[in-house]
Design a protein around this ligand. Sequence first.
Ligand code: FE
Length: 140
Amino acid sequence: MEFVKFGNKYVLRLDKGEEIVETLKEFCSQHGIKLGWIKGIGAVGEATIGLFETEKKEYHSVDLKGDYEITSLLGNISTMNGETYLHLHITLGDDKYTILGGHFARGVISATGEFLIESIDGEVDREFNDEVGLNLYKFK
Ligand code: FE
């Protein structure tokens, strides 16, 4: 991974073999980015995407292997219990030019990854919400 910084924005290149979620999380921790947004494109050879089943309040996920274009990765940065917390979603294009998408848990770069992190000078924490079953933004 290499990056350049312009003001509150970081432009990153992730390289073949790097796992996206861990790399971005580590980057945010190391640079003290506690609030912000992430977007990106690129290609992955493996990915795990999920769907939250609202009725049962549980995540289901699927592991993908093959050539996928990251047609869009979008997500945010916040904190929970003092730790960096990333919430990422992704859409992937496959060899039939169809799209798969969901909550993004894991993905390994197969060619390159081009990301923008926009840092916001602030901090938003999260807390588990029983009714929904997810870690929600906490504003008070
Ligand atoms: Fe999600």
